[in-house]
Design a binder for this molecule. Structure first.
Ligand code: CTP
Ligand code: A1H0Z
Length: 433
């Protein structure tokens, strides 16, 4: 490797890495149409400290909706069927934390290696690990995708473009239009000149390289590259004469750098989880009417409702794709329907990666609120147990009234707010529509 040392750090023995997974070949992902028919592995540099966030916790381990940022990125890659393995390079002091994340969220295909003192050194350690791959089901990759662990929004179709271009060209990288103009400054802090923005692009991630190109680039690069460089594509050009194919990527490729970016990432994930809900009516006429009124009302809130009588037979499909459930119970119904949903969700282990919302809408036929006095206590007890399994239960009470549409739109507003916010603080509350 690097002439200054055996590997990416001047004085570090190659780390055997830590296997944490079932063999890569046992991925339980349903076979998808493969756009890539050659072995591809991924290196996620995650060895930084996230200084620019101003937080104590490195940003890749900052959590939202109960999961660290890095877990969202890993999930994005492990959900791609043609990716055979993922190597995450983390600082030594975070290795145990990383192992815990992998085990808690049942990440597959993942191997953890020590990060380096710089981003290039971390990436280099990851590439080294791919070259020392010992798992029989995982051969040396044809293409290595490198992607910052703090860029959680990456999609298969763009990864496919990068992987295919990297295989053809030797290197490929994501680019985005510049937002600000780039200027050069004098040593006294004055404007020296500005670059013509239209001629330049921002280099983003993911980037792809044939294994040979990226491993050679790190063998030949200088200590200064390791210490101060920020661009893998430059190393491929400088040390392997490989001119990367540049592919404009979607705006979702941005990197979490500042504290505000964490809030933005959380908001995007919440928005993604809140686009639809499954309404279970039990087949009762009043419940079906309410569900139809809800469907109309939520469409104005940019949400779609799938209305089913139950979660049996074909309707069980909702359990595999929905993150939000609204159980409409009429009059003296108790919480048994909600309990049935919990059992079904647990059977599918549905709340492992994202919190699932279950809203009990209790609709009473008469003007009084005959719901038993026990209901507020019962829903609170059920909710506090379910919360430990990442299922958030909320209640909405609706009295039959002459202003049916208005009541239904009130329920819709409350339900969509509960789904959007997924607030632990309101779990178990029985709200009045
Ligand atoms: N020694 C390092 C430094 C950075 N990275 C990783 O490279 C990616 C992009 O780097 P950056 O956004 O700069 O992360 P940090 O270096 O952690 O941020 P900061 O510069 O604010 O400290 C991150 O996933 C980061 O964890 C790494 O693996 N090893
Ligand atoms: O580690 P930093 O945040 O300084 O920079 C990382 C970025 O430079 C890098 O991810 C892309 O520009 C592609 O190389």
């Amino acid at each position: 490797m690097n002439t200054q040392g055996d590997n990416c750090e001047p004085h570090r023995p190659a780390h055997p890495g830590i296997f944490t997974m079932r063999e890569a070949g046992k991925s339980d992902h349903h076979s998808a149409e493969r756009c890539v028919d050659f072995p591809v592995s991924v290196v996620l540099p995650a060895g930084g400290t996230g200084e620019r966030t101003g937080l104590q916790t490195p940003k890749q381990f900052c959590t939202f909706l109960g999961r660290p940022l890095i877990s969202y990125t890993i999930q994005a890659f492990e959900s791609v069927p043609w990716i055979q393995s993922i190597v995450v390079a983390v600082a030594k002091e975070n290795m145990d934390l990383m192992m815990d994340v992998i085990q808690r969220f049942k990440h597959r295909k993942v191997r953890v290696v020590p990060g380096g003192s710089t981003r290039h050194r971390s990436i280099c350690n990851g590439v080294l690990a791919l070259g020392e791959e010992e798992r029989p089901a995982v051969g040396r990759p044809k293409v290595v995708i490198i992607h910052d662990a703090v860029r959680p929004f990456v999609e298969e179709d763009f990864l496919c473009k990068i992987a295919m271009a990297a295989k053809e060209q030797g290197a490929a990288g994501a680019i985005r239009p510049l937002v600000s103009t780039v200027i050069a400054t004098t040593s006294e802090g004055y404007l020296d000149h500005s670059l013509e923005r239209a001629k330049y692009r921002a280099s983003e991630m993911p980037q792809g390289f044939t294994y040979d190109v990226i491993s050679q680039a790190y063998q030949r690069c200088s200590e200064s590259d390791f210490e101060f460089g920020t661009e893998c594509l430059h190393l491929a050009l400088q040390y392997c004469g490989t001119n990367a194919k540049l592919i404009e990527g979607p705006p979702t490729l941005w990197k979490v750098t500042y504290k505000r970016d964490l809030a933005a990432a959380e908001s995007i994930i919440k928005e993604t989880l809140s686009r639809s809900a499954c309404v279970i009516t039990g087949g009762l006429a009043e419940a079906v009417n309410l569900a139809d009124a809800l469907r109309k009302a939520v469409s104005a809130l940019d949400m779609e409702l799938d209305v089913v009588p139950d979660l049996m037979g074909d309707n069980a499909r909702c359990l595999l794709k929905e993150w939000n459930f609204i159980q409409v119970s009429v009059s003296d119904s108790c919480l048994s329907e909600v309990e049935a949903i919990l059992v079904a969700l647990e059977a599918e282990n549905r709340a492992l990666l994202h919190p699932v919302v279950v809203i009990w809408v209790h609709f009473s036929r008469t003007d009084e609120l005959p719901v038993s006095e026990r209901a507020p206590t019962a829903i609170m007890e059920l909710a506090s147990t379910a919360k430990h399994r990442n299922i958030l239960i909320y209640g909405i009470q609706l009295k039959q009234s002459k202003h049916w549409e208005r009541s239904a739109s009130r329920v819709a507003e409350i339900a969509s707010a509960l789904i959007r916010e997924r607030s632990p603080a309101l779990v178990g509350q029985l709200l009045q529509a």
